[in-house]
Design a protein around this ligand. Structure first.
Ligand code: AMP
Ligand code: ZN
Length: 114
């Protein structure tokens, strides 16, 4: 999608610190990290948010989540764990309208969030 910052990051037209890439998935470090580890896993396909996915996206969603956990382990979070977060729309705190999974680790986090 033309005006989407994450589409541009996935296409390489806006620079990012890449963690991983394949045909349908891109992962990069968050520009404002909330922990020693904080990266985002996104589909290359422009999907606005988790609630705008369709049945055809179901396998893709599984692969994104699987990739998120693989990368979390590779980034050193395997032993102590990490938080996997998908913010959705205003009440969910979503600020970028391209589906993304936050992976935050390397420190203890309270629950529930503020
Ligand atoms: P959310 O609030 O769930 O929509 O998360 C959006 C995330 O994108 C925030 O954690 C931002 O810090 C991050 N972000 C925004 N712009 C960039 C960028 N150019 N490169 C990396 N991360 C970004
Ligand atoms: Zn997009």
């Amino acid at each position: 999608m033309e005006d989407c910052i994450f589409c541009k990051i996935a296409a390489g037209t806006i620079p990012s610190k890449k963690v991983y890439e394949d045909d349908e998935c891109f992962a990069f470090h968050d520009i404002s990290p909330q922990g020693p580890v904080h990266f985002l896993v996104i589909p290359k396909k422009h999907i606005r948010n988790i609630m705008e996915t369709t049945p055809e996206d179901e396998p893709l969603l599984g692969r994104l989540l699987y990739r998120a956990q693989k990368l979390a382990v590779e980034c050193g979070c395997g032993e102590r764990g990490a938080r996997f977060v998908i913010n959705c729309k205003d009440n969910g705190g979503q600020t970028v309208d391209h589906l993304h999974i936050h992976v935050v680790g390397g420190r203890f986090m309270e629950w529930p969030p503020g």
